[in-house]
Design a protein around this ligand. Structure first.
Ligand code: NAD
Length: 488
C-alpha cells in the first residue's frame, strides 16, 4: 500500500496519526495518509511564520520570487501525468480531465510568476505642503489555504500562486477526502528551491485540523474553498484571530437556453456543464432553464447523450463519466432524486445507483417543471444530476435563474445580442458565460456572492488581496513642527 507524508518546514513526515484513503473506482483502500492533529498544525503555522520573517524570503526581491514560481510551474508541467494519475486514483475524477487540468495549472503559476514584480504601490498627490505620502503594498502574512477534494491542484494554485507572488507564506490543508495529489505536489514544490517553510502541506479532519488552523493566532488570511456549512465554521473560527477571509463556495447555477440558441452547441455545453467531472464541480450548470417551445426536442437530445456516455474506469482515457468520490455523495444523489420524484418531478433518465464495484451513478435528468420545490432543483450537491424547468418568457427565465440563494456561475444560450445583454445585467452571479460554459483562465477573476461566498480568485486583484496597504508620511521641511496641539 502506498504511504503519503505531510510537508512541514521543508521536512516530510508521517504525521501524528495515519488514515486510509479509498479508490472510488474499486471502493478499496489504496493508500495511507498522514493525519495532522493539533501539534502538526501548530508546527506548520510556526514554520510558515518563521519563513515569513526570515531574510531568505522576506528579503527576496519580487523578481526572484517570480523566478521560483516559474520554476515550480515547469516542474508541475514535467510531472503533470503523475499528478493526474494520483488525482484520478484518489478522487475517481477521469484521467482525461485531470491530465488537461493539471497541465493548465502550470499556466496559473506562470501567470502569478509574471505578476510577482508588478504588484505596485502608489504615490499620493497629498493636500499638504512639504509632505510626501505614498502607499506600500506588503504581504499580509501567513495564509491558511483550505481546499475541498475536487480540482484540488487547481483550487490550491489560485491561492498559493498569488499568495507567494505577494510574498506571503502558506499552510495548505488538503481535504481528508483524497489528499494524494496535494501531498505529491509538496514533493514537486520541494524541488523548486523555495526557502523552507514558505509552503507547508498537511491534511486532516475538520475539527482536529481545519479548525485549529483557521483559528490559529498567527494566521492572517484564510483562503477557503468548500461548502457553505463549512464556511460558517471558518467564519466563526476567524473570530479568534480576526483573519481576513475569501470564501469560494458552491452553486446551483442556471443554464438558460432560449429558442433561438445554437442547439447543438447548447446541448454539448450542457453535457459538459453537468456530466463532466461526474457533476462534481462547483460551477456545474445543474439547473437547465429551457424555452418551452424547444423543450421536448432539447430533452430528447440530452437524454440520448446522457444514455450514451462512456461510464467506466477513471484511469481509462476513453471514459467520460467516472465514479463519484464518496459513497455519502451517491446516497445523497439517490435520495434527492427520489424525493424530487415524490414531490411531482418526472425522471427523464438515470436516478439509480449502478450496482457492482465502485461508486458509480449514471447521468440523470429530472424534469422539475411541475415540482418547483423539488430538492434536486433547490439543493446544492455533487453528482451528475440535471434538474430542468421550462419557461415561456425572458422575464420568467430571469426570475427562475435568480430564484436561489447561491450566485456563482450561469450560462445563457441565445443568438439575440440585445437579449444576451439584458440577461448579463439581470443575472445575480459572479460569472456569466454566454454561448459557452465552464471556461476558466488565470487572467479572469472567479468567484460568487450570496451563499456562493465572497472574494475573487484569478486575475491581478487576487494578488493584491494578499497584500496590506501601508501608508507612509514623510515630512520634507527642515522647519520645526509647529503647534503640537493641533492635528494637521
Ligand atoms: P467541505 O466544505 O466539506 O470541505 C472543504 C475543506 O474544509 C476540507 O479540507 C475540510 O477538511 C475542511 N473543513 C471541514 N470542516 C472544517 C472546519 N470546521 N474548519 C476548517 N476547515 C474545515 O467541502 P467538500 O465536500 O470537500 O467539497 C465540496 C464543496 O466544495 C461543495 O459545496 C462545492 O460546491 C464546493 N466547491 C466550491 C468551489 C468554488 O470555487 N466556488 C470549488 C470546488 C468546490
Amino acid at each position: 500500500m502506498q504511504e503519503f507524508e505531510q510537508y512541514i518546514g521543508g521536512v516530510f513526515s508521517k504525521g501524528s496519526a495515519q488514515f486510509e484513503s479509498r479508490d472510488p473506482a474499486t471502493g478499496k483502500v489504496w493508500a495511507l495518509m498522514p493525519e495532522a492533529r493539533q501539534e502538526d498544525v501548530n508546527a506548520a503555522v510556526e514554520a510558515a511564520d518563521a519563513a515569513f520573517r526570515a531574510p531568505e524570503w522576506a528579503g527576496m526581491t519580487p523578481t526572484a520570487r517570480g523566478k521560483l514560481l516559474m520554476k515550480l510551474a515547469d516542474l508541475i508541467a514535467e510531472n503533470a501525468s503523475r499528478l493526474a494519475e494520483y488525482e484520478t486514483r484518489d478522487t475517481g475524477k477521469i484521467i482525461r480531465e485531470t491530465s488537461a487540468q493539471i497541465a493548465y495549472v502550470a499556466d496559473y503559476y506562470r501567470y502569478y510568476a509574471g505578476l510577482a514584480d508588478k504588484i505596485e504601490g502608489a504615490h499620493l498627490p497629498i493636500d499638504k505642503p512639504d509632505m510626501e505620502v505614498w502607499l506600500r503594498r506588503e504581504p499580509i502574512g501567513v495564509v491558511a489555504a483550505v481546499v475541498p477534494w475536487n480540482s484540488q491542484l487547481f483550487l490550491s494554485a489560485v491561492k498559493i500562486g498569488p499568495a507567494l507572488a505577494a510574498g506571503c507564506t502558506v499552510v495548505l490543508k488538503a481535504s481528508e477526502t483524497a489528499p494524494a495529489p496535494l501531498l505529491e505536489f509538496a514533493r514537486i514544490f520541494d524541488q523548486a528551491g523555495f526557502p523552507k517553510g514558505v509552503l507547508n502541506v498537511i491534511t486532516g479532519f475538520g475539527a482536529e485540523c481545519g479548525s485549529v488552523l483557521t483559528s490559529h493566532p498567527k494566521v492572517a488570511h484564510i483562503a477557503f474553498t468548500g461548502g457553505p456549512d463549512t464556511a460558517r465554521h471558518i467564519v466563526r473560527n476567524s473570530a479568534e484571530n480576526l483573519a481576513s477571509t475569501s470564501l469560494e463556495l458552491g452553486g446551483k447555477s442556471p443554464f438558460i437556453v432560449f429558442e433561438d440558441a445554437d442547439i447543438e452547441s447548447a446541448v454539448n455545453a450542457q453535457v459538459s456543464g453537468i456530466f463532466a467531472a461526474t457533476g462534481q464541480s462547483c460551477v456545474a450548470g445543474s439547473r437547465l432553464l429551457i424555452a418551452n417551445s424547444i423543450k421536448e426536442d432539447f430533452l430528447s437530445r440530452l437524454k440520448e447523450k446522457a444514455e450514451s456516455v462512456v461510464i467506466g474506469s477513471p484511469l481509462d482515457m476513453a471514459t467520460e463519466v467516472g465514479p463519484l468520490c464518496t459513497e455519502t455523495q451517491r446516497e445523497l444523489a439517490v435520495r434527492l432524486v427520489s424525493q424530487s420524484v415524490d414531490a411531482g418531478a418526472s425522471l427523464v433518465t438515470g436516478g439509480a445507483a449502478i450496482d457492482g464495484e465502485g461508486i458509480y451513478f449514471p447521468p440523470t435528468i429530472v424534469d422539475c417543471s411541475e415540482a418547483p420545490k423539488a430538492p434536486c432543483l433547490t439543493q446544492e450537491f455533487f453528482g451528475p444530476v440535471l434538474s430542468v424547468v421550462g419557461f415561456d418568457t425572458e422575464e420568467e427565465a430571469l426570475t427562475l435563474a435568480n430564484d436561489t440563494a447561491f450566485g456563482l456561475a450561469s450560462g445563457v444560450f441565445t443568438r439575440d445580442l440585445t437579449r444576451a445583454h439584458r440577461m448579463i445585467r439581470g443575472i445575480r452571479a459572479g460569472i456569466v458565460w454566454v454561448n459557452t460554459y465552464r471556461a476558466v483562465s488565470p487572467i479572469a477573476p472567479f468567484g460568487g456572492h450570496g451563499l456562493s461566498g465572497h472574494g475573487r480568485e484569478g486575475g491581478l486583484q487576487a494578488a493584491l488581496d494578499y497584500t496590506n496597504v501601508k501608508t507612509v508620511w514623510l515630512r520634507t521641511s527642515d522647519e520645526p513642527i509647529p503647534d503640537p496641539f493641533v492635528m494637521r
